[in-house]
Design a protein around this ligand. Structure first.
Ligand code: ADP
Ligand code: TYD
Length: 223
């Protein structure tokens, strides 16, 4: 199977991480060789960066923030994602470059050309083959994120942004969806975990060419 990059995006609390865990589990059950990873913090260096600039109460300059997400991504792409794709793996990343367009571009207000240049430098032009965007109203996502703060989730600086900030972020994601409908698929995230999981598995297995039984379509026809 040819390696591919699939990314999951959404505002905080949209349910990405929950769906990532369930999707990874299902694909592994079907014997598909995947690498499940995340940004920021997909590599040891990235985890140290994440702690330093995201899980801190220290004020972080927006330029530093933009470049630190880029540094995390450069390490992630070049040391982990590209080698895995070259080995034929399906790489699934909980967030990738679209998050920088949405959060640092629309959210913080950096000009799009600047953000695109920084992304190009960090990724060396590697684009996702498929992106799944979990969409739901900002207030719904924020109330989920706040409810979950007491359990497994680590609170980070971005969790203290305003709903206006997240509204700009969501709008930017929806605008990417409009401009790149082939790559960027919008899933209604305001449903039960199981309903969403069903759609995600359907989308991803179709995309990578595996039918419900886990066999590639050609093998399924011959069987
Ligand atoms: P994200 O990674 O997008 O921030 P999470 O997967 O961590 O989101 O989910 C945030 C919170 O919402 C968690 O407490 C999770 O259990 C809960 N959650 C996730 N999906 C749903 C859903 N479809 N309906 C209700 N609650 C959900
Ligand atoms: P995380 O705890 O991973 O949140 P989530 O589970 O919601 O993905 O925190 C990552 C935070 O960093 C999240 O608020 C989104 C933000 N972020 C950016 O602002 N720019 C980026 O390029 C990336 C990858 C993430």
């Amino acid at each position: 199977m040819a390696g591919k990059l699939i990314t999951l995006e959404g505002i905080d609390g949209s349910g990405k991480s929950t769906q990532m865990r369930m999707l990874a589990g299902e694909l592994r059950l079907r014997g598909i060789d995947i690498l499940a990873t995340q940004e920021p913090g997909g590599t040891p260096l990235g985890r140290r960066l994440r702690g330093a600039f995201l899980e801190t109460e220290e004020q972080v300059d927006p330029r530093a923030e933009l470049l630190l997400f880029a540094a995390d991504r450069a390490q992630h792409v070049n040391l982990l994602i590209k080698p895995a794709i070259a080995e034929g793996k399906i790489v699934i990343s909980d967030r990738y470059a679209d998050a920088t367009l949405a959060y640092q571009g629309a959210g913080r207000g950096f000009p799009k050309e600047v953000v695109l240049d920084v992304i190009k430098l960090a990724t060396d032009g590697l684009k996702p083959d498929l992106t799944i965007f979990f969409d739901l109203p900002v207030e719904r996502a924020l109330s989920r994120a706040n409810d979950s703060d007491s359990d497994s989730r680590t609170t980070n600086r971005m969790d203290f942004e305003t709903s206006e900030f997240y509204t700009r972020v969501r709008k930017e994601y929806l605008s990417i969806a409009e401009n790149e409908p082939e790559r960027f698929r919008v899933i209604d995230g305001d449903r039960s975990v199981e309903e969403i999981h069903h759609d995600v598995v359907d989308l991803v297995t179709r995309f990578i060419g595996q039918d419900e039984s886990g066999r590639p379509p050609s093998a399924a026809t011959k069987a």
